[in-house]
Write a protein that binds this ligand. Sequence first.
Ligand SMILES: *Cc1c(COP(=O)(O)O)cnc(C)c1O
Length: 407
Amino acid sequence: MSSVSKFRPATLLVQGGIERTQFSETSEALFLTSGFVYDSAEQAEATFAGTVEHYQYSRFGNPTISMLERRLALVEGAEACRTTATGMAAVHASMLAHLKTGDRVVASRALFGSCHWIVSTLLPRYGIVSEFVDGADLDQWRTALSTPAQLVLLETPSNPMLELVDIRAVADLAHAAGALVVVDNVFATPLLQKPFELGADVVVYSCTKHIDGQGRVLGGAVLGRQKWVDEVLQPFIRNTGPSMSAFNAWLLLKGLETLALRVDAACRSAETLAGFLADRPEIARVWYPTRPDHPQHELAARQMTGGGTLVAFEVAGTPTLSPKQAAFRLMNAMRVVRVSNNLGDSKSLATHPATTTHYRIGAEERARLGITDGVIRFSVGLEDIEDLKDDLLRGLGELQTLRQAAE
Ligand SMILES: *Cc1c(COP(=O)(O)O)cnc(C)c1O
């Protein structure tokens, strides 16, 4: 498979990066080992001197993990990849490996909660200046990046309101300011958006989401240029140890095999359900990147090949229920779609961000991000679309009854 990178994504997801043992197994072998032995003291010496290639210790290299890293790099079109134990470890490593005291970071405000905490709370502790901008507002990026910066972090589409950032425009501004551009591509998955083609320097994933996609394990990945990965990222990972378990890498390899099928099916359902919800009087508003009523749908058409597996919508209040109560009523009425703070699973999941994932950022910041008390984040899974519709109708029917009773 040496010329494997010429294959298309669906093929790479199944075959990319395989390295078979002397037993010629079909499926990727699981090397559940912490360390490795050497034929001789001389071989160990040569390995540490870097003149011989040999696995040393699974904190910084393991054959199963290497297969996953090669497959992810091939699918992304990246020169190199390192995996981590969680998505947050990937975000943390990509930033802390690159930054030092006195550096400046500019980030889009609409970030996954823990990414927001790293930028707003952790980095300043080390004397790194951080600044947030509204990711959709290019003027704010232009102003913030008129001063030199070392790193730009952005997430698009964002969690939970599916706001987009123009990756190419921001990357151009960031590069002129001297910054490394890190894109959290979780919501788009490796299939719907190619940040490297749009100017990104580093792409990060929570493999916990669509890449596993079956709610089993945590994992993260950082992808970038070979030189940056070897010289900046790898020493940080090797010495600080946010490493992935080989068992989780093996599960994620199997997850990748079905990624294209799962993302394609969930996207189709998500788009249909977004339309279904938009037509309902109980729903005040729907956000889905490729819908014509999304304020950035033209940007979505330019930089994404699909809208993704998430839909955000705002439940309207009724004469007797506040928007929050109405949203809770809808969530509690559903039997197939379960209440959870997770996403990107084969099981459909509903989240009320204002009281869970975005509770701690406070009411003022929520208002700034448009996360009202009626907003539900809907992670669309692989169930039959008719059952998902029926499930939503169970909740919507209850709200409809309350509206009619008051008329
Ligand atoms: C889940 C998520 C993360 C964090 O990943 P974990 O695997 O939970 O640590 C980071 N960014 C985004 C956009 C996510 O959805």
